[in-house]
Design a protein around this ligand. Structure first.
Ligand code: ACO
Length: 373
């Protein structure tokens, strides 16, 4: 028995009808709708509705869905208590992981995997992920968490809860679009982790908590924060050449570049690049965009490696004033819509996910009694 390629490259593990990716042509679609149509026209929650219901909502359905989720934003008091007890320097992704796990303890449907209970939990999870991230952020800065304001959109309320004051409509719209672009992406590492957990008939909170753990790593969601650190480290356009030469010589991965599935441009990057150009200009941070686009040119020109979703998202968030260690939690806020959809899809037609391993260790060793070792 021989193993599949390292990292399961090219392995089609199962089926999904949530998102379609063509890595050769650079196509991404949610439930059949191209990301290039969704990104400029739909909202994050409209796309979540699409993913969960397999159809676009009417205006009335969308308004009622938004209102329902807005009413679910307040997290359990026990979750806030738990978050206030973790060390002040806990990294935000670890705080999110803990917050979601706590929500699972208090959830009235915690152990119920029925489709109805799963949908109720999915709504609470999408609605409350921003609240958890904002609460942990406030606590870390020595402030009390703020209650949600259901009159605001999910993105605008996140900005208010995290910063203590409302942001502009434009900032909320930009944030919302990044959430839409992060929503779902086939069997990416964190989603696959969720599906493995769901396939044991594990509950939704356990699954998405595992998803956060997988997203946290820098080869996956952690890359958006690392990409920003890279751009800041380069600092000035004239530093780019020597910086890249050194990175290549040291065989360092340039964060925000490369993708397991896309062998061409990541279609999400197109939208984020346009947003980055506009927002950095408005914020007087053109240099960061200049460095970014030149880094992209060099990576494509010298290595044939394209920017992925995380690269231009970094400068979008920077221009919006988001603290760097909240970039990956924001990715999780968007992906929560996808993770929960995958748990529902897995539970609806389940079989345990349990691959084999090719054993490459020693064999047939003679037993040695403990006193003889
Ligand atoms: N910088 C420099 N070289 C790279 C990069 C990069 N970002 N990505 C790939 N390469 C090179 C590798 O060094 C390797 O070269 P080699 O064959 O000469 O050794 C080749 O391209 C193939 O790279 P792998 O790491 O084997 O590709 P894999 O499919 O396993 O990894 C991954 C994909 C993890 C995304 C990788 O491109 C990477 O580490 N990128 C940086 C981290 C990042 O941006 N992650 C976010 C991905 S998108 C997301 O998760 C939402």
């Amino acid at each position: 028995m021989t193993a599949a390629g390292k990292g399961l490259e090219g392995v089609v593990a199962s089926q999904t009808s949530l998102s379609f990716i063509d890595g050769q042509e650079g196509i991404l679609a949610y439930r059949g709708y191209d990301i290039h149509d969704l990104a400029p026209n739909a909202s994050f929650l409209e796309s979540v509705f699409l993913l969960w219901n397999d159809r676009l909502p009417t205006r009335e359905e969308l308004a009622s869905f938004e209102a329902e989720l807005a009413g679910l934003r307040a997290v359990e008091p026990g979750t806030l208590e738990g978050l206030s007890g973790i060390p002040r320097d806990t990294v935000p992704m670890a705080a999110l992981r803990t917050g979601l796990s706590l929500e699972g303890i208090f959830d009235p449907d915690a152990e119920d995997n029925s489709p109805e209970a799963n949908l109720r939990k999915a709504k609470r999870l999408v609605a409350r992920t921003p609240t958890i991230i904002a609460a942990a952020h406030r606590l870390r800065q020595g402030h009390d968490p703020l209650d949600p304001d259901p009159s605001l959109s999910i993105a605008a309320d996140f900005v208010r809860m995290a910063n203590g004051e409302p942001g502009t409509d434009e900032a909320a719209a930009a944030l919302d679009r990044t959430l839409l672009l992060y929503l779902d992406h086939g069997f990416n590492a964190s989603t696959f982790a969720c599906r493995v957990i769901a396939a044991t008939l594990g509950d939704m909170h356990s699954a998405v908590t595992g998803g956060v753990g997988a997203l946290k790593g820098s080869l996956h969601g952690g890359a958006n924060a690392k990409a920003m650190e890279t751009i800041l480290e380069i600092g000035e356009p004239e530093n780019l050449g020597p910086w890249l030469e050194k990175a290549f010589a040291e065989k360092r991965k340039v964060m925000g570049f490369g993708h397991r599935v896309y062998k061409t441009k990541d279609p999400r990057a197109k939208h984020l690049k346009a947003m980055s150009e506009q927002l950095t200009k408005q914020a007087g941070l053109e240099t960061l965009f200049e460095i970014s686009s030149e880094l992209e040119n060099q990576m494509v020109g010298q290595k044939g490696i394209n920017a992925n979703v995380d690269f231009y998202c970094a400068t979008v968030y920077y221009a919006l004033g988001v603290p760097i260690d909240l970039y990956t939690p924001l990715f999780g806020m968007g992906r929560m819509g996808g993770w929960t959809a995958h748990v529902m899809e897995q539970h609806a037609d389940n079989r345990l996910i349990r691959p084999r391993a090719e054993y490459v260790g020693k064999n047939d060793l003679p037993w040695i009694a403990i006193d003889d070792r």
